[in-house]
Design a protein around this ligand. Structure first.
Ligand SMILES: CC(C)(COP(=O)(O)OP(=O)(O)OC[C@H]1O[C@@H](n2cnc3c(N)ncnc32)[C@H](O)[C@@H]1OP(=O)(O)O)[C@@H](O)C(=O)NCCC(=O)NCCS
Length: 278
């Protein structure tokens, strides 16, 4: 049953909860969580009420939060389920919160006229404009995660036109994803990674690296969709231009980028230097 009459009330409660997390307001949090509250985190841990109320305000520094795409369903006379797209910016345990986007599900229960949250679960967010396609055959584009990296490296190793260096080891790439707030993407078809691109920025310019699509899946628009996903993320961060590196002998790559209206710069060269540690 849809719960339009509960919608505003539950949304207001959920919002006040995120505001209390942002303000590190343990007292308000303690009132909003039921005694039997359980939370399932994005990395798969199960957390109890005490840990959430006492530890989260110390560990989390939320700078901003947003709730969008919410659905509210009444699942029992005094129980309402709220599911929404949650965007969080800030730090947790000293590291940037990543990825910032996730699906969130909250269950609220009314106890003696007071609503309290009894359950909260977060899941990976595949992107609004990139919801899983109806056919398994059609690749879905989603954010690249640590668990994807081994398969992504294999794809790059099989892709002519991608030049791998000592900046492409597993730890280096994990560092890249973390540092850049998980704004790189993969294309997945039949549970297999068939496309990948790294994306980051330095606060001024975006940088795209290592775009590759599996030979079996080329000329289906996947390369273009991966670049479009990165462009959308960069724009969301206020960055409206990206640079990329293209090997001189990569003619297909050149056709691809020219098709996307990218301009080559002939008036400069890329210089680089390896910094030796003492
Ligand atoms: C370059 C690459 C990523 C393109 O991926 P893709 O998914 O096949 O690209 P798209 O289907 O989105 O192609 C978009 C357009 O690019 C151009 N294009 C792509 N591949 C092309 C090819 N083999 N020949 C000619 N034009 C090509 C076409 O204009 C195409 O539009 P079309 O479908 O109307 O013909 C892919 O060929 C690849 O992985 N190559 C090896 C790795 C590489 O060179 N990466 C670039 C590093 S900078």
């Amino acid at each position: 049953m849809n719960a339009p009459h509960f919608r505003q009330e539950i949304l207001a409660l959920e919002s006040s909860l995120w505001q209390a997390v942002t303000n590190r307001d343990s007292e308000t949090l303690a009132n909003l969580f039921a005694d039997d509250y359980v939370e399932i985190t994005l990395n798969g841990s199960r957390v109890t009420r005490n840990a959430t109320v006492t530890e989260s305000p110390l560990a989390d520094e939320i700078e901003s939060w947003a709730i969008t795409d919410e659905e509210c369903v009444q699942i029992a006379p005094d129980v309402v389920l709220l599911s929404y797209h949650l965007t969080l910016h800030g730090q947790s345990r000293g590291l940037p919160i990543a990825p910032p986007d996730r699906w969130a599900t909250s269950v609220w229960r009314k106890n003696r006229n007071t609503w309290q949250r009894v359950l909260f679960q977060q899941s990976r967010y595949a992107g609004q404009s990139h919801k899983l396609q109806p056919s398994d055959e059609t690749p879905a584009i989603r954010t690249m995660e640590f668990d994807d990296l081994n398969d992504v490296i294999k794809l790059w190793e099989q892709s002519e036109g991608v030049f791998l260096s000592d900046s492409d080891t597993l730890p280096a790439l994990q560092n890249y994803l973390r540092h850049n707030g998980f704004m790189s993407y993969v294309a997945v078809a039949d549970d297999r990674i068939v496309g990948a691109i790294l994306c980051g920025h330095d606060g001024r310019r975006g940088y795209l690296h290592h775009l590759a699509v599996a030979a079996s899946h080329r000329r289906q628009g996947i390369g273009g969709q991966l670049v479009e996903s990165c462009s959308g993320r960069l724009l969301a961060e206020g960055i409206n231009r990206f640079n990329l590196f293209l090997l001189n002998n990569n003619f297909i790559g050149r056709t691809f980028w020219e098709d996307l209206k990218c301009e080559a710069w002939d008036q400069c060269r890329i210089l680089s230097k390896t910094i030796e540690s003492d």
